[in-house]
Design a protein around this ligand. Structure first.
Ligand SMILES: Nc1ncnc2c1ncn2[C@@H]1O[C@H](COP(=O)(O)OP(=O)(O)OP(=O)(O)O)[C@@H](O)[C@H]1O
Length: 252
């Protein structure tokens, strides 16, 4: 599980994240939604321990990320929105390398790496250098690397970007199975259908603040939305009339 309290991030005079409180329990699949620039990536990167908060606290599986970063990070996997992989490693070597960072090696790691590569149709490419991989293949490899050491919590920034429909479907199934087995996954997405169909609970972030939070039915109640879908709820929170207002300005 992950607990964040009064989390703030300032870049100079600009406050990107304005005191977020959130608890995501064990076994939950949690989604962050929000317009461009809302603060999703900043929040996820702080949760993953790769960006230092200005203030506030983060606990990962009970370990304080600021007081004990190595201890907290040992329980985490992170999938960034822009994958970085060493070009001169093969797919299999990269997975072995990442598992090694978590002090894991041997037959179990090899077995899990093989299964993950097979799941994402990368088996044939396992011994090829990453420099020859397409964007989608790199994305699938980086996703595999977050699962290979079986962390308690996985944090994912826009997981579906660049994946073909088959890989996107596999990833959704993997997320569901992984959380059903008691792990926690937190991800951001712009795909409302993905959020609606996949998340146990979700939060909508606007201008660095959580504006709505809970299950889909909680969100509908908070916004007095009746049976409205996520798209309408989202647009109501984030300003649905932007295009119409622009047309007025353009006098179209
Ligand atoms: N290194 C930085 N220096 C200054 N401002 C930054 C920096 N990184 C992010 N910001 C600002 O913080 C705000 C939040 O950015 P962030 O990337 O977290 O948004 P996001 O919700 O992930 O957006 P998107 O959906 O477009 O990816 C934005 O206004 C952005 O310009």
């Amino acid at each position: 599980m992950i607990e964040i309290s009064k989390l703030v991030k300032r870049y100079g005079d600009f406050t990107a994240v304005k005191g977020i409180d959130l608890v995501v329990p064990r076994g939950e699949l949690f989604g962050f939604l929000g317009p461009n620039g809302a603060g999703k990536t900043t929040t996820l990167r702080m949760m993953a321990g790769i960006l230092k908060p200005t203030s506030g606290s983060i606990r990962v599986a009970g370990v304080d990320l600021i007081a004990d970063p190595a201890g907290a990070k040992s329980k985490l996997g992170f999938i960034p929105d822009r994958p970085f992989i060493y070009e001169k490693l093969t797919g299999a070597e990269f997975l072995r390398f990442v598992a090694g960072l978590y002090d894991q090696k041997g037959d179990d790691v090899e077995h899990r790496a093989r299964e993950l590569l097979a799941l994402f149709d990368l088996e044939e490419w396992r011994d090829e250098l990453v420099e020859s991989y397409s964007h989608g293949m790199r994305q699938k490899l980086i996703i595999s690397s977050a699962f290979v050491h079986r962390p308690e919590v996985i944090i994912v920034d826009e997981p579906m970007v660049g994946l073909d429909p088959k890989a996107a479907r596999i990833l959704k199934d993997l997320f569901r199975e992984y959380t059903h087995r008691g792990h926690t996954i937190i991800f951001s997405t712009h795909t409302l259908e993905v959020a609606e169909s996949l998340c146990d609970r979700l939060a909508i972030i606007v201008h660095g603040e959580i504006k709505a939070y809970g299950t889909m039915s909680d969100l509908r109640q908070q916004l007095e939305g009746g049976e409205k879908g996520l798209e309408e709820l989202f647009l109501r929170l984030t300003g649905e009339n932007a295009a119409r207002d622009l047309m007025d300005v353009l006098d179209a």
